[in-house]
Design a binder for this molecule. Structure first.
Ligand code: SF4
Ligand code: SF4
Length: 342
């Protein structure tokens, strides 16, 4: 194992004389850049949210396999989502997003129903789906809610998405860790060793996705390991194994990227033009994610940052400026000392 990107300036297949900032930009072989001479193919997740049914089998399998403790069974009162987000004790999180989408297409209408009773409308919609396809429920503001379509659909839809650590190509969590508790594996994934973590918490604000989190009891950080122990013996991660719809797919990252491009093309030709990939491009702000997604709406809708950038990107230039300032100050001090009256 190795502590990451900064020590391996020439290991990414480039000219040794052209050492560059490996904290940013595309990095074709992330494991090799971290010191693994004969690394296996980079492994990752492709999460196709278009087929997620929100069963949470992935959350449960993750907890079971990794012995992750229970982290609250409260309901938020806003959705069926009881875990609310990724955290030290939630390494997979299935988001439930309820949206209004007009049946004929277009965007979600502006909020503000003007006292409209949604429960009454839902009751009416549910009772007459096939007999009143063209009439709005009584009490609905004109054009504010569509009736049920002949095939029984309404303009309400659920987006479900199983979120996870992105196993970034440029992982700021790993870059800032002073103890080496976070490391890059031979599979290109990012893993934290809880017995080495000293609880300093530097990695928490460094993560551009807000993934890594400390446990209150002792401050140590925890997150998805992409089931490093299972990968080591040729098994797939527990969440992918348990997903009944193959929303979570595991495999060599190059292969997953090809599969994802095919799936997007398939959805586009079926009229789902909002389908897009997130975190798949090596040219993005983190050099591409080891765990990327197919989304059906803007990333913000799923609580994902639209344009994440590795937070350590500017460290080399910051250190350069700091060094220049220190040298200038030292030179001024020496000059003042030399000129003082004797
Ligand atoms: S998503 Fe956050 S915790 Fe996961 S590898 Fe990237 S920086 Fe680290
Ligand atoms: S990703 Fe798969 S296992 Fe997880 S909630 Fe969706 S369908 Fe269920």
């Amino acid at each position: 194992m190795t502590d990451g990107n900064t020590t391996a300036l020439n290991a990414a297949g480039g000219d040794p004389s052209e050492a560059r900032n490996l904290l940013f930009g595309p990095l074709p072989n992330v494991a090799q850049a971290s010191g693994y001479a004969d690394a296996p193919p980079r492994m990752g997740f492709f999460t196709d949210t278009s087929v997620c049914i929100g069963c949470k089998a992935c959350e449960v399998a993750c907890k079971e396999w990794n012995a992750v403790p229970e982290d609250g069974l409260e309901l938020t009162g806003m959705s069926y989502d009881n875990t609310q987000g990724l955290g030290a004790s939630t390494w997979r999180h299935v988001a439930f997003i309820e949206q209004r989408r007009p049946l004929g297409g277009g965007r979600e209408p502006e909020a503000g129903g003007g006292g409209f009773d949604a429960f009454e409308a839902a009751r009416q919609l549910g009772s007459t789906p096939s007999t009143a396809p063209d009439s709005a429920p009584a009490g609905a503001p004109a054009d504010a809610i569509s009736p049920v379509s002949p095939e029984g659909r309404t303009e309400l839809r659920w987006l479900m998405s199983s979120d996870v650590c992105k196993h970034c190509t440029h992982a700021a969590c790993l870059d800032v860790c002073p103890t080496g508790a976070l490391f890059r594996t031979e599979f290109g994934t990012v893993v934290v060793q809880e017995d080495v973590c000293n609880g300093c918490g530097y990695c928490v604000p460094a993560c551009p996705y807000g993934v890594i989190d400390q446990r209150k009891e002792d401050g140590r950080v925890w997150k998805c390991t992409l089931c490093y122990d299972r990968l080591g013996v040729g098994m797939e991660p527990a969440c992918a194994k348990s997903c009944p719809t193959d929303s979570i797919q595991f495999g060599p990252l190059d292969e997953l990227r090809e599969r994802a491009a095919t799936r997007v093309a398939q959805l586009h030709s079926a009229g789902v033009t909002d389908a897009r990939l997130y975190g798949e491009s090596p040219d993005d702000g983190v050099g591409g994610d080891g765990a990327f997604f197919l989304l059906l709406d803007e990333p913000e809708v799923y609580g994902l940052p639209p344009d994440p950038v590795v937070t350590t990107r500017d460290l080399p230039s910051m250190w350069k400026h700091a060094a220049t300032a220190a040298v200038s100050l030292a030179a001024l001090g020496v000059a003042a000392f030399a000129r003082r009256p004797r």
